[in-house]
Design a protein around this ligand. Structure first.
Ligand code: AMP
Ligand code: MG
Length: 417
């Protein structure tokens, strides 16, 4: 029997080619396939078009051990998956009387007569295994051809997801030879993607041994770089050891810009440090408009370490509510290290916390000057001592604000180490 190692997914549906609908089924399926040690080698989205679908299925059948399609099993004329695949595999479609009865029963339950077009959903390619649909009318269909598994699953996620359990247990799992996919993440803040790549590449390109290779992917977003390591093997302990040694090598080379190797987010890591100290944090935010505290409070349980904060957007509020000296703003400008420190200290006094953060900056697109261009952001963290840093962040307003909250979280994290 052919061992099932790699899969391909085809998401069928013209709506998935519009800006309004996203193919999420393939993400779900990829996650579940990976748990079985089956790697997704390619995936495509195709409209409800007979020729395009046939071409994609034909080419996938030359590569994939497992081909999964989602969508196109509905009762209407544009639902073609069943016909196209039966045609390509050279099998007839036969009406399954049990299915006709169960579809009729579904309609009867809702007090309506089954529309004639729904009979299409009872058509089964000869030899296919039928997976009942407990949340809709279109059953799943599983076929085999030259040891490859082809499964046709309906589009609606709530119909498809329970069906995958049947496919996994009964068809895939017995043919994966006990392989598992294992993963690790190394998360970095305060470095650009290319800076991380420069340090990390010599390390991750040499990971893996004779039996197991390690795939590494870099994902970048403002203020966050993630290295994802992935390896497949039957000896889970050995694969874990291999990945763990890769993670330590990367963490060591990258240094203290690595804030997490266990999947935790920056806000979670920072919250955990506050909790460990029994400290509470407050914030005075200007250009981030509360974004820092929004991220801090994304973490469940954050009421244990977040006190409160103030959005001090105007100079008037900075002076009136945080006791930032007006003369300081006049002398240094609202975006300055002096003002950021005064904001952090003002918030710390006002909220009576152990630590407080002050953020002031120019998120743009207007308001920049040659000395303080758009992207200039100053962050201060006040405990009994004070740290303050001036940043120049790249990108648009949204990116600059995201960078700012990440930098503030990271400075707070460092103050707590
Ligand atoms: P179908 O099986 O083609 O009749 O799909 C019916 C519905 O399922 C669509 O209108 C979508 O809302 C949903 N759907 C189809 N394909 C996907 C997909 N790849 N990801 C998420 N939802 C989907
Ligand atoms: Mg469809």
């Amino acid at each position: 029997m052919r061992e099932l190692k790699n899969a391909e997914i085809i998401a069928v549906g013209s709506e998935l080619l519009t800006p309004h609908r996203l193919d999420t089924n393939s993400l779900f399926l990829t996650g579940r396939l990976n748990e079985l040690g089956i790697v997704v080698r390619a995936k495509t989205v195709v409209g409800d078009n007979r020729h395009d679908l046939a071409a994609l299925v034909t080419s996938a059948m030359t590569r994939a051990d497992v081909l999964l399609t989602t969508g196109g099993l509905g009762p209407t004329d544009d639902d073609l998956t069943r016909e196209v695949i039966a045609d390509l595999l050279g099998v007839r479609l036969v009406e399954d009387q049990d299915l006709v009865a169960s579809i009729e029963a579904r309609f009867r339950l809702r007090g309506v007569k089954m529309p004639t077009i729904n009979r299409r959903q009872a058509m089964v390619p000869e030899g296919a295994r039928v997976v009942p649909n407990h949340h809709g009318t279109a059953p799943g269909l599983i076929l085999e051809r030259e040891g490859r598994v082809v499964a046709l699953l309906p589009g609606p996620p709530r119909e498809l997801q329970p069906m995958f359990d049947v496919l996994a247990e009964e068809v895939l799992l017995p043919r994966t030879a006990g392989r598992k996919v294992r993963r690790r993440q190394v998360k970095v803040t305060g470095r650009s993607e290319s800076q991380v790549e420069e340090v990390a590449h010599p390390i991750y390109s040499c990971l893996g041994d004779d039996t197991t290779s390690v795939q590494t992917t870099i994902l970048a977003s403002p203020g966050l770089i993630e290295l994802h390591l992935e390896a497949v093997g039957t000896d889970v302990a050995a694969v874990d050891r291999l990945l763990d040694s890769g993670v330590s090598a990367l963490a060591q080379a990258l240094g203290d810009v690595v804030f997490s190797t266990d999947g935790r987010s920056l806000e979670k890591v920072t919250g955990d440090l506050l909790r460990a100290r029994g400290w509470r944090v407050a914030a005075a935010e200007s250009c981030t408009g509360g974004g820092f505290l929004a991220r801090m409070t994304d973490v469940p349980g954050s009421s244990a370490w977040v006190s409160g904060g103030l959005v001090a957007y105007s100079n008037q509020v900075k002076v009136r509510d945080l006791d930032v000296p007006a003369a300081l703003i006049d002398a240094q400008g609202a975006v300055s290290e002096g003002v950021a420190v005064a904001m952090a200290q003002g918030a710390r006094r006002r909220f009576g916390t152990d630590v407080a953060v002050g953020i002031t900056g120019i998120a743009g697109p207007d308001g920049g000057t040659p000395e303080k261009p758009v992207g200039t952001v100053v962050v201060a963290v006040a405990t009994d001592a004070v740290t303050v840093r001036t940043f120049r962040f790249p990108g648009d307003r949204e990116a600059i604000r995201r960078h700012s909250t990440s930098a503030a979280l990271d400075m707070l994290r460092r103050a707590l180490l």
